[in-house]
Ligand binder design. Structure first.
Ligand code: NAD
Ligand code: TYD
Length: 339
């Protein structure tokens, strides 16, 4: 089979490519990525040495480039990871989120219609469900929870999901969608909570916790997300949505304290800063459907996953320090300078 992986030079897409190359060495993997600030070819260095791997620099919203790739590769499966993915950036500049996440998805869907595919898989997020209150721990997101978005990012991801489901119903395209909770692990861009806190704590810099630090996220080790996508795109039912999560809820403060303990750094590095506008309170996934239908279960406990992740950032300092040397300093100043 030939599988096009869009956004494969980013965090989850690259982990997915390595997962595929190892688990299904018989399949050809074609990565299509525009290499925005979040894409990094260094991440794919090992993959580049693989006979079954091809990298193409292209934008998913570029219809000509997408059609050309479909004509060259005759893909069986498309997995769409390509997206603008950071909520804080979507607060500052929503437009590019709508362009890539919604229009880009639609261009891919049109190519699937035109050329025919066995499966189009959309990598979505639990953020399309909005948030849950902090004082009702018995509530979880199921696949039937109404779409109720809070940020331009989540609204754009929800828009993409609706386009995918509309193309499935109207044009009978074979699609599937996974909605996963927050991921962590290797190659995570240091603008997101966990790698930001690891990289700053290592430099003894202040750790900016939004609001009171009581917001809750449901953390999943990235390899467990990759195994879920692999199962759904190969064996999941057409036209279905599957939630993915491992019941690993932590407050942001708990996450930051765990990182400090792992690095043997003091809690006085924590600084409370002005909250994110519209900050979602709690995400929590009910993964019963993917478990019951496909037998999926996460393999990595949070404490082990965090330890492995911290170790990866210690062992791969040049990967993230190169990122910090670029435009990142301007980004940090713009986002955190006046908080
Ligand atoms: P990321 O920001 O690390 O990577 C995104 C990748 O997409 C980058 O390589 C970037 O260059 C590429 N890209 C951006 N715009 C593009 C365009 N127009 N054309 C082609 N490529 C483009 O993101 P991530 O954290 O790896 O997330 C991947 C997907 O998973 C996203 O769709 C995101 O919404 C979803 N998701 C992420 C999480 C999480 O915790 N990170 C959780 C659930 C779902
Ligand atoms: P993030 O990694 O941006 O993921 P998302 O907003 O998509 O869940 O943030 C995770 C949580 O951490 C979220 O509640 C916001 C919080 N946060 C901070 O407290 N400080 C920070 O510097 C960042 C980036 C996030």
């Amino acid at each position: 089979m030939t599988i096009i992986v869009t956004g494969g030079a980013g965090f989850i897409g690259s982990n997915f490519i390595y997962y595929q190359l190892q688990k299904h060495p018989e399949d050809r993997i074609v990565c299509m990525d525009a290499l925005t600030y979040a894409g990094n070819l260094k991440t794919l260095k090992e993959a580049m040495t693989h006979d079954q791997f091809r990298f193409v620099k292209a934008d998913i919203a570029d219809r000509g480039a997408v059609n050309q790739l479909f004509e060259e590769e005759h893909p069986d499966i498309i997995v769409n990871f390509a997206a603008e993915s950071h909520v804080d950036r979507s607060v500052v500049n929503p437009e590019v989120f709508l362009r890539t996440n919604i229009m880009g998805t639609q261009v891919l869907m049109d190519a699937c219609r035109k050329y025919g595919i066995k499966r189009y898989h959309q990598v979505s997020t639990d953020e399309v469900y909005g948030d849950l209150p902090l004082d009702q721990p018995e509530l979880f997101f199921t696949e039937d929870t109404p779409i109720h978005t809070s940020s331009p990012y989540s609204a754009s991801k929800a828009g993409a999901d609706l386009i995918v489901l509309a193309y499935a119903r109207t044009f009978k395209l074979p699609v599937s969608i996974t909605r996963c909770s927050n991921n962590y692990g290797p190659y995570h861009f240091p603008e997101k909570l966990i790698p930001l806190m690891i990289s700053r704590a290592l430099a003894d810099e202040s750790l900016p916790v939004y609001g009171t630090g009581e917001n809750i996220r449901d953390w999943l080790y990235v390899e467990d997300h990759c195994s879920a996508i692999d199962l759904v795109m190969r064996k999941g039912r057409e036209g279905e949505v599957y939630n993915v999560g491992g019941h690993n809820e932590r407050t942001n403060l708990e996450v930051v304290r765990t990182i400090l303990r792992e690095l043997d750094k003091p809690e006085r590095l924590i600084h409370y800063v002005t909250d994110r506008p519209g900050h979602d309170r709690r995400y929590a996934i009910d993964p019963a459907k993917i478990h019951n239908e496909l037998g999926w279960l996460p393999q990595t406990r949070f404490d082990d996953g965090i330890r492995m992740t911290v170790q990866w950032y210690l062992d791969n300092q040049s990967w993230w320090q190169d990122i910090l040397k670029g435009d990142y300093q301007n980004y940090y100043q713009q986002m955190y300078g006046n908080r």
